[in-house]
Design a binder for this molecule. Structure first.
Ligand code: SF4
Ligand code: SF4
Length: 155
């Protein structure tokens, strides 16, 4: 696959303060512990349907100081906030809370419109509603038929 401009690191544009700033955000403290093992991405439900989305890559970019690249990306809005990556991470990097921090920083710094945070809540509610209906439908479809009550003749 050909590399896009977003894959290229421009040294002059790197911001070494970015990772420190993220580390100071709620949940961000362990980001510098990441040793790029990729366990987080292996269990990510978003990566499962979109191979271009990769939480390990996003963390690398934060650690490299790619502020604009990360905050202006669509990727930070794709996370489902499910905490699976955190549950699997051997270094206790809380990527879900880091993602929440990145979204707030993106809005704060003008990389995303202010209403994006509210719209994210709306999208999450809709997707959860859809999931709930699908699960309920699937469970209802597998319900065993109700037992028929036998009525003795002649009574
Ligand atoms: S699982 Fe943890 S240590 Fe491994 S790449 Fe993901 S965040 Fe980094
Ligand atoms: S919280 Fe986000 S990055 Fe982590 S596993 Fe869930 S969808 Fe993937």
């Amino acid at each position: 696959m050909a590399k896009s401009n977003t894959d290229v690191i421009v040294v002059e544009e790197l911001d070494p303060t970015f990772r420190d700033e993220v580390a100071l955000m709620p949940g961000g403290a362990n980001i510098k512990r990441c040793f790029a093992c990729g366990t987080c991405a292996a269990g990510c439900p978003v990566t499962n349907i979109d191979e271009e989305y990769n939480c390990r890559t996003i963390i690398r970019k934060v650690l490299y100081g790619m502020r604009r690249e990360v905050l202006a990306s669509q990727a930070i809005w794709l996370c489902m906030m499910c905490y699976r990556c955190y549950a699997r991470c051997p270094q206790q990097v809380d990527f879900t809370d880091i993602m929440r921090a990145l979204r707030h920083m993106a809005v704060r710094d003008g990389f995303a419109p202010a209403e994006m945070l509210a719209r994210e809540d709306e999208f999450d509610k809709k997707s959860q509603t859809l999931r709930r209906e699908l699960v309920k439908g699937a469970v209802a479809g597998k319900k065993p038929a109700a037992k028929k009550t036998k009525v003795k003749a002649g009574r």
